[in-house]
Design a protein around this ligand. Structure first.
Ligand code: BGC
Length: 720
């Protein structure tokens, strides 16, 4: 349809129909047998038939059959024959589930992330999804917050790169099998106080702009079609009603012209926040702030007509919002074909296909982070006769993480199955030992599992978080393993020293005790559909771990929030191992995390040398190239993620101790060496100074290139 036709259509719509077009409900509202997954509390509402069949969009439905039925019934009753828009949280796969985002980010593989997003888009599109509530671009620093699992970690530079890759993968140019992406949660949701879900956010404009906004801006610059304001308040105002950030920054400064959709019930929650006094004011404030669609609560439908009469909102703003929604539907091709890319035959062939599984397995292999290894890994296949897979995460399909769409446990490969697949013909046995449930202290399974451990050559001990203990609404006070798992670990390693730990988690865990006592820890996050095969690949050396952490693992929960790119203090700590009086230090533990940002081991070793720069002084429009030699000094091929950090020594405001500004994945055979170079340009040195304008300030800088954020090898240069 042309713009003029869309405008003409809006003219034909009644005010009520327009308000409904700006409202989204759970699909179950339209089709009782339909989507039953509800992803939040339901506050509202009784709709009459006319309103129901005028709703603009739905979320949470169960795939192609459901979507077809709902669309058909809807169009039979919708007066204007405007197709319904189906939205869904396609976060890390649709049927083929790949590792949770926090894990996936550790691959530092943008090509892979783009390919996975495209795969998820196609599986979703074939099932009727037209919009995904993804990418989730919240910067995170506090592992107590359960939603860190959905994020890509603590670094703004990496966040920008992933924003670009995901938007490109999901959307392309919205051709066949592409879906519209929605950045979320705008903004600063990840900084909730105390890591407690939905809690207050209070931060300076500088911190917001320097750290929390860049990934959203990168998504907007990449053409993301929708944006979702967060649940939190910012500067005292709930984000759904935050005019300064939505209308001012997102739409004004960044020129975002897509659709803004509230988060689940967020209009209504402005009342609970103590901001709007009733649903009428909530509707007016959110709409006037620049939010177009109200998700799940229905205050706009209830109050819109009266608000226009009162002059609290303008019909022209409603028309403008409706235009955006209809334009999105039009751009997605829904007016020509309301059933979009839905295709049963293709769906069956494509979803969970061997190719998709292979891609998910590659992703799991690249996402895993080897946290510790005394040389016991990789396990040599020839040397083992009997293998014990034990522990609560060892034989469960619940290793997919949350936000599954139609991902099913029964389609996923457990660790036990994966090891059996790889060791065909050998003896592989499983025992659970204990549960992963936070409060289950039952030790009655220890005996059988310990006996199995004793009689085996090697033990693969699968510990970690329960699948349901991360994601939305899962903040924790304690981010270590539950005591029962430690107790179990101690019993097992006592009878069999050849024990390796496979850790499943959706957040950094303060596993200091595990680190001290385990011979090897392979952190596999929640690895997805091919998780078990991937764990087997990694443990037995068919794949060499290369993932690097994108969120610091604290030494203790008391360090949270903890992140590598922090400022210095006037009294920096001089020794992490000693008590340092009158210094910025904890007296009962180190300042440093257990494992820093960028950290991860390999089965081989890489030696860095000869860090050089082609000049020591640069001017505004010049480039400077820094290079380093890197050699694989181990005895097998491996991939290293080479990281560039920059430190700006002095500024009109203080600068972080270092900041990631580049990375490269480099694969080298045993003995092979290469030179890795990075170009440094002026923009990489820019920051928000005292005047809150982003620019580089002249002065001394250092460039660090190394294997993680702890690297000290650097070279100095000056910007004049
Ligand atoms: C979450 C969003 C999600 C929405 C729809 C909310 O509870 O915060 O991330 O997109 O539900 O499922």
């Amino acid at each position: 349809m042309k713009k003029s036709e869309l405008k003409a259509l809006i003219k034909k719509m009644t005010l009520k129909e327009k308000l409904c077009q700006l409202t989204q409900e759970n699909a179950v509202m339209l089709e009782k047998s339909g989507g039953t997954k509800i992803t939040g509390p339901s506050t509202v509402t009784e709709f009459n038939e006319e309103e129901k069949y005028a709703l603009g969009s739905v979320l949470n439905f169960n795939g192609i059959e459901d979507a077809k039925k709902i669309q058909k019934q809807y169009l039979e009753r919708n007066r204007n024959k405007i197709p319904l828009l189906f939205m869904q949280d396609v976060i890390h796969g649709y049927k083929t589930i790949y590792p949770v985002n926090l894990g996936l980010a550790c691959s530092f593989d943008m090509q892979l992330i783009e390919e996975l997003s495209a795969m998820a888009a196609k599986e979703a599109a074939l099932n009727g999804v037209k919009v995904t509530f993804s990418p989730m671009l919240d910067l995170v620093r506090d592992a107590r917050w359960g939603r860190v699992v959905e994020s890509y970690g603590e670094d703004p530079f990496l966040g920008c790169e992933i924003a670009k890759a995901t938007v490109k993968g999901f959307q392309g140019d919205l051709g066949k099998y592409k879906i519209a992406a929605c950045l979320k949660h705008f903004a600063a949701y990840g900084a909730c106080e105390g890591g407690r879900e939905y809690n207050t956010v209070d931060m300076s404009e500088r911190t917001l702009r320097e750290y929390y906004l860049p990934a959203f801006k990168a998504a907007v610059d990449s053409g993301v079609r929708l944006a979702m304001p967060a649940f939190n308040i910012f500067d005292g105002i709930p984000m759904a009603a935050n005019k300064r950030l939505i209308d001012g920054v997102l739409k004004g400064e960044w020129k975002f012209d897509g659709v803004v959709i509230s988060d689940y019930c967020a209009y209504y929650e402005t009342i609970k926040h103590g901001y709007a006094k009733d649903y009428k004011q909530a509707a007016a404030d959110c709409l006037n702030a620049g939010t177009d669609i109200e998700m799940v609560s229905a205050s706009l439908i209830a109050a819109g007509e009266e608000l226009i009469k009162d002059g609290a909102i303008k019909e022209k703003d409603i028309d403008e919002a409706v235009y955006k929604v209809l334009k999105l539907k039009n751009d997605l091709g829904l007016f020509e074909n309301p059933y979009g890319d839905m295709d049963e035959v293709e769906e069956k062939a494509f979803s969970l296909s061997a190719e998709n599984r292979a891609l998910a397995r590659k992703a799991a292999n690249e996402s895993a982070v080897l946290l510790k290894n005394d040389g016991i890994l990789p396990i040599s296949e020839d040397k083992v006769r009997k293998v014990a897979v034990i522990g609560p995460l060892g034989n469960t399909g619940d290793i997919l993480g949350r936000w599954l769409c139609l991902g099913k446990y029964e389609d996923s490969v457990t660790v036990y199955d994966g090891v059996k697949n790889l060791l065909e013909g050998k003896e592989v046995e499983y025992a659970e030992g204990c549960k992963s449930d936070l409060f289950d202290v039952d030790e009655s399974g220890f005996g059988q599992a310990v006996a199995l451990a004793k009689s085996s050559d090697v033990v693969i001990l699968c510990l970690g978080e329960d699948g349901g203990d991360n994601g939305e609404g899962t903040s924790k006070m304690n981010i270590d393993l539950p005591d029962v798992q430690y107790k179990f670990f101690d019993e097992v390693r006592k009878v069999n020293p050849n024990t390796v730990v496979v850790l499943f988690t959706g957040r950094p865990l303060s596993v200091t005790r595990l680190d001290k006592n385990a011979r090897a820890i392979l952190n596999v996050w929640f690895p997805g559909t091919e998780g078990g095969n991937s764990v087997a690949d990694l443990l037995f050396g068919k794949a060499n771990p290369s993932g690097k952490l994108t969120m610091s693992f604290p030494y203790s929960v008391g360090q949270c929030p903890i992140y590598y790119n922090h400022y210095n203090t006037g009294r920096p700590r001089s020794d992490d191992n000693k008590r340092c009086p009158f210094q910025s230090a904890y007296i009962d533990g180190p300042n440093k995390p257990l494992y820093p940002f960028g950290y991860g081991l390999s089965y081989t070793e890489f030696a860095y040398s000869d860090l050089t720069a082609d000049k020591t002084i640069i001017r505004e429009n010049e480039k400077l190239t820094v290079s380093v030699k890197i050699k694989n000094v181990g005895n097998r091929e491996g991939t290293e993620i080479v990281q560039l950090y920059i430190k700006d020594w002095f500024g009109s405001t203080v600068r972080p101790v270092k900041e990631l500004k580049g990375f490269k994945r480099v694969t080298l055979k045993a003995g092979e060496e290469t030179v890795v170079s990075f170009e440094i340009v002026n923009d990489m040195l820019a920051f928000y100074g005292a005047d809150l304008k982003r620019k580089a300030e002249p002065g001394k800088f250092s460039a660090f290139i190394g294997t993680n954020s702890d690297t000290n090898d650097c070279i100095d240069f000056e910007l004049v």
